[in-house]
Design a protein around this ligand. Structure first.
Ligand code: FES
Length: 128
């Protein structure tokens, strides 16, 4: 049997320029709300729903590679979706991200399916 991985299908999510630095943008990917988050370490995609009480994570604060739920303060690792602080105890799905194009035309593309969190998560690194 082959160990070759199947490449996920990617969906155009938004223009990179529309995502604030150290902030997030809520997008709809085929009916699923996803927060596109731009940090100094890259661009991430995480389902836009806290696992504690289903409020929008895109309205929370970004700090390094984390996003904090505005309601009760749980922080989630943007690379894995894992909760780092209580009260949330369940991970939020994250998605592989890749960037295409250059400069102002750079587009954020997001995998159509969440990342297997047992695998290494990736952030798309901006070209400087
Ligand atoms: S709703 Fe997010 S931590 Fe409670």
């Amino acid at each position: 049997m082959s160990d070759a991985k199947v490449s996920p299908e990617f969906i155009n999510a938004c223009r990179l320029a529309d995502v604030p630095i150290n902030g997030s943008l809520k997008v709809d990917l085929d009916g699923t709300a996803v927060a596109i988050v731009r940090t100094a370490e890259g661009v991430f995609a995480i389902r836009d729903a806290c696992s504690h009480a289903d409020v929008l994570l895109s309205e929370g604060e970004v700090d390094g590679c984390t996003i904090e739920c505005w309601l009760h303060g749980s922080q989630f690792d943007l690379r894995t979706g894992a909760p780092l602080t209580l009260p949330a105890v369940v991970a939020v799905p994250v998605y592989e991200v890749r960037l295409s194009g250059e400069g102002e035309d750079t587009v954020v593309e997001v995998a159509a399916s969440p990342t297997d969190i047992s695998a290494t998560s990736q952030a798309a690194t901006e070209k400087r």
